[in-house]
Design a protein around this ligand. Structure first.
Ligand code: CAA
Length: 286
């Protein structure tokens, strides 16, 4: 068993990140309860998991039997009450504070008193989310990177209210899943996004000012700096709404101009062009 002190883990929200997190947990041998708002969203979540594990089978990285076992470990449900026997629940719903607060209030109600509650937020305050529950000592941030089954880093965030044991237990779980944890305090952007998004925003500003084209900037950073993706391809993968959310949060906290969102990014988000997930962002897809 790779889950350390956790054996049954809930995941609330099975979008790109939540489904990826559910896959990582199920691959680690844990029993997973995957929650979505309705049957349609649940089917899309199952589709993410089937697509991702199906690709691994095609590439010869997973047998068909192992794939069936992984999917079989996930119980799909639209009923929060099914989280009652989980010892950890990871929330991965869209990045809206009102929505996350609602989810945490519900989790606080249905989960065991000793269960740890975690948020995968990339831009909201974990402290603010924790303070909406009656158990802030048991609330942590657990920030996976996209695509979750591939990226090794997981940031584990403790607030001033979190008991140290909860952070340690979650960091141990992350290690058991074959990922690399870093444990940090609750500051906008945590570590990786705080550094990465200054660069991504700078690329958007370069495009905005006519300094270079989208393709030339992407090529410069893949062929010249050895990165797996150029900044525009990466922003489209992350989702432009998420990018804007992270930049807004870091800018609000620091007033550092490098994080003042580039107008081109805000404009694309206003137009509903959010990247791969909507079929168009800086690039167009399929
Ligand atoms: N789900 C599951 N597996 C995936 C996947 C996905 N969405 N996308 C790719 N993979 C797997 C592939 O199956 C493949 O696995 P194998 O090697 O076992 O066959 C492997 O990843 C490599 O994929 P590809 O060969 O198709 O493509 P690639 O070599 O270009 O790699 C990539 C794709 C891993 C995404 C790579 O381009 C990369 O690392 N890009 C940078 C990603 C990054 O920086 N992410 C962090 C964003 S910031 C963030 O997420 C934080 C936030 O809060 C916003």
């Amino acid at each position: 068993m790779t889950g350390g002190s956790f054996s049954r883990v809930g995941v609330v929200g099975l979008g790109t990140m939540g489904a990826g997190i559910a896959e990582v947990l199920a691959r680690g041998g844990l029993a997973v309860v995957g929650i979505e708002v309705d049957a349609g969203a649940l089917e899309r979540g199952r589709g993410h998991l089937e697509g991702s594990t199906g690709r691994a089978v095609k590439r010869g990285r997973l047998t068909e039997e192992a794939r069936a076992e992984i999917i079989g470990r996930v119980r799909f449900s639209t009923d929060f009450a099914d989280l009652g026997d989980c010892d950890l629940v990871i929330e991965a719903v869209p990045e809206r504070l009102d929505l996350k607060r609602k989810v945490f209030a519900e989790l606080d109600r249905v989960c065991r008193d000793d269960a740890v509650l975690a948020t995968n937020t990339s831009s909201l305050s974990v402290t603010q989310i924790a303070a909406t529950t009656g158990r802030p000592a048991k609330v942590v941030g657990v920030h996976f990177f996209n695509p979750a089954p591939v990226m090794r880093l997981v940031e584990v965030i403790g607030t001033v209210l979190t008991e140290p044991g909860a952070v340690e237990r979650v960091a141990d779980l992350v290690k058991g899943l074959g990922k690399t944890p870093v444990t940090i305090g609750d500051r906008a952007g945590f570590v990786a996004n705080r550094l990465l998004f200054g660069y991504l925003n700078q690329a958007a500003n370069m495009l905005e000012s006519g300094h270079a084209t989208r393709d030339d900037i992407d090529t410069a950073m893949t062929a010249g700096a050895g990165l797996p993706m150029g900044p525009f391809t990466l922003m489209d993968l992350i989702g432009l709404d998420t990018c804007l959310g992270v930049l807004d949060a870091v800018y609000d906290e620091t007033r550092d101009q490098r994080h003042a969102p580039s107008p081109v990014l805000s404009e694309l988000v206003r137009a509903g062009l959010l990247g791969r997930k909507t079929g168009r962002g800086f690039y167009s897809y399929g």
